[in-house]
Structure formats: C-alpha cells, structure tokens
Design a protein around this ligand. Structure first.
Ligand SMILES: [Ca+2]
Length: 357
C-alpha cells in the first residue's frame, strides 16, 4: 500500500516539475528576448501551449493508465492481503506446531536421557553378559570335550549293541524254534487234557453212579434183615433106638435169635434164601457115622461115613434153601448113631440169610 502511494506522489511530482520547468524556461526566454519580438513570442507561446496541451493529454493517458495500474495494484494488494491472512493462519498453525514440537522435543529429550541411562545400565549388563559368555564359552569347551568323549563311548556302545543284536537275533531264532516246539507240545497236551477231561467226566459219572449204588447198597444192607447163627454140641451124643433131634446147645453166634439152642430148630423170620451147613466128628473103628438135615420135617440131606482107624473123621456139607416165614430147619442123628464133641467145637450147625424174597 505504501509502495502504491509513493508511486502516485512520484508521478504527480514529475508532472509538476515538467510544468514548472516549462514556465521557468518560458520566463527566462521572455526576459532574454524582451518585448522586441512580441508577435513571434505569441506564436511561440501558442506553440508551446499546444505542446503543453499535448503533454497534458499524454499525462492524462498516462494517469489513466496509472489509475488502471493502481487498481490492478489494489486488486493485487487485496489478493496479497488474503494470501497474507492465509499465511498468517498457517504461521499461527506453524507456531502452534512449533510449540507442540518443542514439547515433543522436550519429551524426547527426557526419553533420550532415560534411554541413555538405560543404555548405560544395559552396557553394564552387557559387560556382565560378556563375562558370563566367556565363562560359558569355557564351559562350552569343557562340554564339547565331554560330548566328544560321549560320542566315542556311544560308538563303542553301538558296536556292542550290534553284537548284542546279532546274539539276540540268534537267540530269538532259537527261542522261536523252541516256542514252536512248545506250542506243538502245548497243543498235544491240550488234546490230552481234553481227552483226560472227557475221561474224568466219564469217571465222575461212573463214580456218581457207583456212589449212588453204594448208597443204595448201604441202604439195602442197613435195611436188609440180618439172620445168622452157629452153634456147637459141646459133648458126645448118641442116639438110642430112634432118631434123635440134635440140639447144638452152645450158641456161638445167633443174630436175630432165629435158632433155638433149646429145641435145636432154626425158624425162618423172613421169606428168603438161606444157606445152612454143618460139620460133625467122631473117631470110630469099623463103624458108620451118620447125620441128617430136615426142613419142615422133610429130610433134605442124609450123609454117612464108614470109619475104620479109630481116629477122628468129619462129615461136612451145606445146602441152600428157600424158606417161607416160619419154616423150620434142624439136624437129626439116626438111631444107633453117635457124634463126638467137646469144648473145641468139632461138631457145629450154622446158617444165615443170603437174601430176602
Ligand atoms: Ca477116622
């Protein structure tokens, strides 16, 4: 703005100076020539006036041009002012930014100090780490030596392992052979075991049957009537003119009391099959010995022996009889016959139940 005003003043002063200088020149020339040449002077003045008018016209054109230029300058100035305001705003923003940057710089400075301090600590730690690393390096060397030793040992162990594997493979082959043989034997034993189990089952079945039979037999024996007797004469006896009913008075055995040592009769207590036997003795010389057995009064047996030497001879026999309850059996001595006995039981009569019917 100041520059524009200065320019205007300069232009005006230039126009004034030209006018002044012209007037001055005119005054000076009029003094020099004097009034002598008044007509020519007036012509010169008119010429000069026209010249001045032309100059004024030129000045006016120049002024108009200057005005336009001034207006352009004003517009430029306004534009510059607008730009200046924008620049100011940017400047304010920049200043604010500068303030912020300063703050950040201060903060960064503080951080830098902190980092520096930490760096110092880190460097100290680094020294320690270096020392530790050196120590570890020494240890590492020791460990490497040990590792080399271990590698050698491992190689030796691997060689030994190969030997052991070979032995193990051989052993496995032998074991497999033996295992196969054992398995075959096991199969054979299993079959034998199965056969034995079957046999055992059969034996158990038979045993059970036998046990049942034993129980039944025991029951039968327990429940079976028990009849048995033996008796002896104890002394010599002789029949007269008639047959003599023999009474074996000395009872040796008499289960169920079916034999009577008073009558000499056996009386069947149950229906069944019985066995009877007898033995009689005498020592005769040229004489017959006789003995008879009767069932319900009917003769069952009649035996005889002719003796000549006077020494002991025996008649002995037995018979199986089927008897009903109440049937009787007894021994008789024919008339004129005799028998001998003493405490030694040379002459006896025995009988027992075989089974019931
Ligand atoms: Ca004899």
């Amino acid at each position: 703005m100041r520059a524009v005003i200065t320019l205007l003043v300069l232009l005006l002063s230039m126009c004034g100076s030209q006018t002044w200088s012209t007037q001055t020149d005119l005054h000076t020339e009029s003094q020099s020539t004097g009034a002598a040449a008044e007509v020519s002077t007036q012509l010169d003045i008119s010429a000069e006036l026209r010249e001045l008018r032309d100059m004024v016209g030129e000045l006016r054109v120049t002024l108009s041009f200057t005005r336009d230029e001034l207006q352009n300058t004003k517009d430029l100035l306004n534009k510059i002012e607008v730009e200046n305001d924008a620049v100011k705003q940017r400047l304010v923003a920049s200043e604010t930014e500068v303030v912020n940057l300063r703050k950040e710089a201060a903060a960064q400075t503080a951080d830098l100090r902190s980092v520096t301090e930490r760096l110092a600590v880190t460097e100290t730690d680094m020294e320690h780490v270096k020392k530790d690393t050196e120590a570890q390096h020494t240890d590492l060397t020791t460990v490497k030596t040990e590792v080399m030793s271990l590698i050698k040992e491992q190689a030796a162990q691997e060689a030994e392992l190969v030997v052991l594997k070979t032995r193990m493979d051989t052993g496995e082959a032998q074991v497999e052979t033996r295992l196969s043989a054992s398995e075959t034997e096991v199969e054979k034993l299993k079959m034998e075991h199965a056969a034995q189990e079957a046999e055992l089952t059969a034996v158990k079945t038979r045993l059970a049957a036998t046990e049942t039979e034993v129980v039944n037999l025991e029951k039968e024996i327990t429940e079976k009537p028990k009849v048995a007797f033996s008796a002896a004469l104890t002394a010599p006896i002789e029949a007269g003119n008639t047959d003599l009913n023999l009474v074996f008075t000395k009872t040796i055995t008499n289960v169920r009391q079916a034999y009577s040592n008073i009558t000499g009769f056996f009386t069947a207590p149950v229906k069944g099959v019985y066995y009877f036997r007898f033995t009689v003795m005498d020592h005769l010389n040229s004489r017959r010995m006789y003995i008879m057995m009767f069932k319900n009064g009917e003769k069952v047996m009649h035996l005889t022996e002719y003796d000549t030497d006077g020494h002991a001879s025996y008649l002995s026999s037995g018979v199986t009889l089927q008897l009903e309850v109440g049937d009787v059996v007894n021994m008789r001595l024919p008339a004129g016959s005799r028998l001998y006995d003493d405490s030694r039981n040379h002459s006896t009569f025995s009988g027992f139940l075989l089974f019931t019917l």
